[in-house]
Design a protein around this ligand. Structure first.
Ligand SMILES: CSC[C@@H](O)[C@@H](O)C(=O)COP(=O)(O)O
Ligand SMILES: [Zn+2]
Length: 213
């Protein structure tokens, strides 16, 4: 599908959804120092041909401006002529879309996801078990034990993107970058938000569990 064939209405809905999520996450302090990025896919999907709206790079995500988002293709290149730069981490979004076919991806840096990703960086995953909010990830098994992948935080984003296919766990809709933050995704904005909130709750519980000894 060509970008021009995607309806204006679908593009506007994607931008409105991103604006709404951006405002909510900003109010929680989830975008400190311009960190974080968000995206929503539009139009049809095939692993080699898809499009998504993504936050532009380096912006203050606690305010709304006409320059907050742009549309890019599966290679992370702008679909329309623009002076805006897509998020520096757009290639990670593109790889996650390519591998999962999901509909929305949210990335935030928080104190709890940073601490846990470093604590379990050498292990390669953050373990969690029996926390009710694991059900928020769509895992309903009683006393479920999960492992949330942790990838190295290379400066070269394409090197991180290359590691994603072998790091994904089929039932876990997220990955951590060590000492950096989390990418969480879902089939749509609602599900990606639920997954991100569940991950962040799990990280806080696990952190406090470790702190309690
Ligand atoms: C300002 S620190 C955060 C950045 O290095 C990066 O990790 C990040 O999340 C935001 O980058 P951006 O290019 O604005 O999408
Ligand atoms: Zn980041």
């Amino acid at each position: 599908m060509n970008f021009a064939d995607i309806t204006l209405e679908e593009k506007q809905v994607a931008l409105a959804d991103l604006r709404n999520i951006k405002e909510q996450f900003a109010s929680r302090g989830w975008f400190p120092g311009t960190s974080g990025n968000l995206s929503v896919r539009v139009g049809d999907f095939s692993p080699d041909n898809f499009h998504f709206a993504v936050t532009s790079s380096g912006r203050d995500k606690s305010v709304h401006t006409p320059e907050d988002f742009l549309f890019v293709n599966a290679s992370g290149e702008a679909c329309e002529s623009t002076k805006l730069k897509p998020s520096a981490e757009t290639l990670i979004h593109a790889k996650i879309y390519r591998m999962t076919g999901c509909g929305a991806i949210f990335h935030v840096h928080t104190v709890f996801n940073s601490l846990l990703s470093e604590r379990y960086g050498d292990t390669g995953f953050v373990p969690a078990q029996g926390i009710e909010l694991i059900k928020g990830l769509g895992i309903w098994e009683e006393n479920a034990a999960i492992q949330i992948p942790v990838l190295p935080n290379y400066a070269d984003i394409s090197a991180i993107a290359k590691l994603i296919p072998s790091s994904l766990q089929s039932d876990i809709p997220g990955i951590l970058l060590r000492n950096h933050g989390i990418y969480a995704w879902g089939k749509n904005v609602f599900e990606a938000k639920r997954h991100l909130e569940a991950f962040e709750f799990i990280f806080e519980v696990e952190y406090r569990r470790l702190a309690l000894g």
